[in-house]
Design a protein around this ligand. Structure first.
Ligand code: ACO
Length: 378
């Protein structure tokens, strides 16, 4: 093979939506440093930035925020479908099914080439995916889903639709920061998947559904839930060292939430989320999960194996602590990642529309010259 496998180092597109500078631990969306955006931006501002390649002015932002909220209602047919799914279904699988079903109710689902119409679809799907996630968390607990409010932005609406109460500003703001940080990230696996589907001339919903499928995997978006399961398994701060020795040094497991294909320095999102995780833990009066994660990261950072391979915590590591402290069920972590990354998927889908079919080659290493043997003689 001419590369290290996994298409590492292969450039598949020119993009402006984000720069992932793995050597220096920098992330930029459309020219803006991620630290600047995490500190200042509303998720809606980032969505607008990624889709229209510039920040909105106040009037545009207010109109866009309202538009997303007004379009976030999930068709009753999709809610009914969700109510008929097994209550123990994986929420990412439910999001995949329900997002696919949205296409049947979308007036423009088969529109393939008009970017303005595709962006209108994207407005609907972005809001609807947020509502689907919150609705599923209620449906599976035997509660009625709550419709989105048009006076709230998406992170506020997510919190509101989970429990029906006016969203606590600090909690909604923490979700907003998380969503800003996760909105876009270069040619990651789910974005590439969305581009592959789009390049076949496939429709927007199909591209998003395929991307959800890619994000679900534990090597990608599924890692935030896996990271939290691992912290829960460790259980107590004093168990960290023993767990590390048994499972990582003397076992064959990986630390979930550590390592990244591109970052060979600290993922800047991990640093921001570490600070948020620490503050949220302090505010909640329970430092245990933060300390388990932080002590495990310190052990790894001091270990020759991790140093040599430049393995640092990635975005999923501390986001697990943030989302757990905010009270989200662990299996809802990856859906929350999806309702943020729809922003970046859409920017890439729009860029890819009309582009050439993505069709790589494979190197045949199988046998040659075999002759057909009738089934009874094999
Ligand atoms: N713990 C222990 N060792 C690790 C870890 C880890 N978390 N991650 C990588 N390594 C080791 C590998 O064993 C390998 O060692 P070797 O060279 O001796 O064989 C080396 O580091 C390189 O690992 P690869 O798997 O080749 O790196 P790749 O770029 O293919 O994978 C990945 C990156 C999948 C993220 C990997 O680091 C991993 O599995 N991490 C844990 C899962 C995770 O956190 N995923 C989230 C990624 S970020 C995101 O998608 C949002």
């Amino acid at each position: 093979m001419g590369n290290k496998g996994g298409l590492q180092g292969v450039v598949v597109a020119d993009i402006t939506s984000s720069l992932v500078d793995g050597e220096n631990g920098r992330l930029i969306y459309e020219g803006y440093e991620i630290q600047d955006l995490a500190q200042n931006a509303l998720f809606e501002e980032v969505v607008y930035l990624l889709w229209y390649k510039r920040l909105p002015n106040r009037a545009e932002l207010e109109a866009f925020t309202k538009l997303l909220a007004e379009n976030a209602t999930v068709p009753q047919g999709v809610i009914d479908l969700m109510k008929n799914l097994p209550k123990d279904a994986n929420p990412m699988a439910v999001l995949r099914t329900a997002t696919s079903a949205l296409a049947h109710y979308d007036p423009d689902s088969e529109e393939l080439s008009n970017k303005e119409i595709v962006l209108q679809k994207a407005v609907r799907v972005t809001g609807q995916m947020t509502s689907i996630c919150a609705a599923w968390d209620r449906i599976r607990k035997g509660q009625e889903p709550i419709a989105p409010r048009t006076d709230l932005n998406l992170s506020q609406n997510f919190v509101y639709m989970l429990n029906g109460k006016d969203p606590d500003p600090a909690i909604a703001q923490a979700f907003n920061v998380y969503m800003v940080l996760l909105a876009e990230h270069g040619m990651n696996a789910s974005t590439f998947t969305a581009r592959v589907v789009t390049a076949t001339g496939g429709d927007y919903h199909s591209a998003v559904v395929a991307a959800i499928g890619a994000l679900k995997g534990p090597s990608h978006g599924g890692a935030n839930a896996e990271a939290m399961h691992q912290f829960v398994e460790i259980g107590e701060v004093e168990n960290v060292e023993n767990w590390f020795q048994t499972n990582i040094k003397n076992g064959d497991r990986r630390i979930m939430g550590i390592g990244h294909r591109i970052y060979k320095a600290l993922d800047p999102r991990a640093q921001i989320l570490r600070d948020h995780a620490e503050k949220l833990a302090e505010a909640s009066g329970n430092m245990k999960w933060f300390l388990i994660a932080d002590n495990l990261a310190k052990l790894a950072r001091a270990d020759e194996y991790f140093i040599e391979r430049k393995l640092y915590p990635n975005v999923d590591y501390y986001s697990a602590i943030v989302l757990y402290t905010l009270g989200l069920d662990i299996d809802m972590f990856t859906p929350l990642f999806a309702i943020s990354r729809i922003a970046g998927w859409t920017a890439n889908i729009i860029d890819q529309m009309g582009g050439r079919l993505i069709r790589p080659d494979a190197n045949y290493i199988g046998p040659m010259g075999l002759k057909w043997v009738p089934v009874d003689q094999r």
